[in-house]
Design a protein around this ligand. Structure first.
Ligand code: SF4
Length: 374
């Protein structure tokens, strides 16, 4: 695959979606023969992936099987959880200890590793764990989710787990954005497969998962993070480390020049039973009839952006003034008139609607803001 490409796989079967992404990217052609491959999930806390915080182990298991089928045997899983949680506990709670045992792949706890400092440019030296630096090919497996300090977290920030705990703390003192951008000049994964199955709405430690049912593969972490922003309803310019990483030559945030290849079952249904109280409260404004998960997630993200911008009450007022006071979404609205607003082409029978199939969170947020402001 090329650096300006992103492969988005929709669906409900995580293992087969993973295989589809790897095959479409032809990952086996990217990895040198005999390479030691390090799989770097996001296990920031000891929580299962259903919380929206951590990478689904089904992704990692499917990658290991795929790589073995293509002759790669030197594979390990490495991670260092955030300061205050234990990686070894996270390996157990998130299902990686069981995976490691079943597939015979070692787990490396980077919180226990030795480290060295590397020149990251701009006078900054960054401490990185030795086993991460020793890997020949890193596969970065971040979660697409919100973050209370940096707004969004995905590929660029996931590499923080490859540093010792003291360095993670120092990154906060340094304001996060600058050192995160520069860390990506030191550590350069060869492939990224982002878990956008049910990443959290706005916190990296999970608790409010939003069912998105997607995986996103790419080579450029800057492009992938810009795409993550878009699907979550943000402008990548809101996330300073993305622009900084672009300036430091890590990659390009230009989605207009990107080739986005969409595969899989776009009509996979969202898992609404897993919604938290916060997501359910936002979704009280939604009239859903057989919506696809990507579409539904864009609407939930759009509503969350309204809340952050202090526009939710105004939006509620505008919706209450309509004959149909909730936002229509889903295939069940095809060919139906709706005297209110809608989300996605299926709701084109609404009085006003946001284009796209699915629309992204940024378009939905812009549309809802227009509705709120009258
Ligand atoms: S517009 Fe309709 S078909 Fe397209 S993603 Fe939304 S619900 Fe699915």
């Amino acid at each position: 695959m090329l650096k300006n490409e992103l492969i988005v796989v929709h669906g409900g079967d995580i293992a087969s979606m993973t295989r589809e992404a790897l095959a479409a990217a032809r990952i086996e052609t990217l990895i040198p023969s005999g390479a030691h491959i390090a799989l770097k999930p996001n296990l920031i806390v000891a929580k299962p992936a259903s919380s929206g915080a951590t990478t689904h182990p089904e992704i990692v298991g499917a990658i290991i099987e795929y790589l073995r089928e293509h002759g790669f045997e030197r594979i390990s899983i490495m991670e260092g959880s955030w300061v205050g949680d234990s990686t070894s506990r996270a390996f157990i709670v998130a299902g990686y200890a069981e995976l490691s045992k079943r597939l015979g792949v070692p787990l490396i706890d980077l919180q226990q590793d030795s480290w060295k400092r590397y020149d990251a440019g701009g006078g900054l030296k960054i401490a990185v764990c030795d086993q991460a630096m020793a890997a020949d090919f890193i596969i970065n497996l971040p979660v697409v989710k919100g973050h209370c300090q940096t707004t969004v977290t995905c590929a660029l920030k996931n590499l923080k787990g490859c540093m010792p705990d003291d360095e993670k703390s120092r990154f906060h003192e340094l304001g996060l954005h600058e050192p995160i951008a520069r860390l990506n000049r030191v550590l350069k994964p060869g492939f990224i497969l982002a878990d956008a199955i049910c990443g959290d709405l706005d916190f990296e430690e999970g608790g409010n998962p939003v069912s998105m049912n997607r995986l996103v593969a790419g080579l450029d972490p800057v492009l992938l993070d810009a795409y993550a922003c878009r699907i979550m309803g943000h402008d990548s310019e809101e996330v300073a480390y993305i622009g900084l990483a672009q300036r430091y030559g890590v990659g390009s945030a230009d989605l207009t020049s990107a080739k986005i290849i969409e595969l899989g079952d776009k009509e996979a249904a969202p898992n609404l039973s897993a919604c938290s109280g916060r997501v359910r409260a936002l979704a009280a404004r939604i009239e859903e009839r057989s919506a696809c998960s990507a579409c539904y997630a864009a609407l939930v993200h759009g509503l969350a952006r309204m809340e952050e911008r202090g526009l939710l009450k105004r939006l509620d007022g505008a919706l209450d003034g309509m004959r149909a006071p909730r936002v229509a979404i889903g295939r069940g609205f095809r060919g139906q008139k709706y005297e209110g607003v809608g989300c996605g082409v299926c709701a084109r029978g609404a009085s006003d609607w946001v284009k796209g199939c699915p629309p992204d969170g940024a378009s939905v947020a812009a549309f809802l803001e227009k509705v709120a402001r009258g």
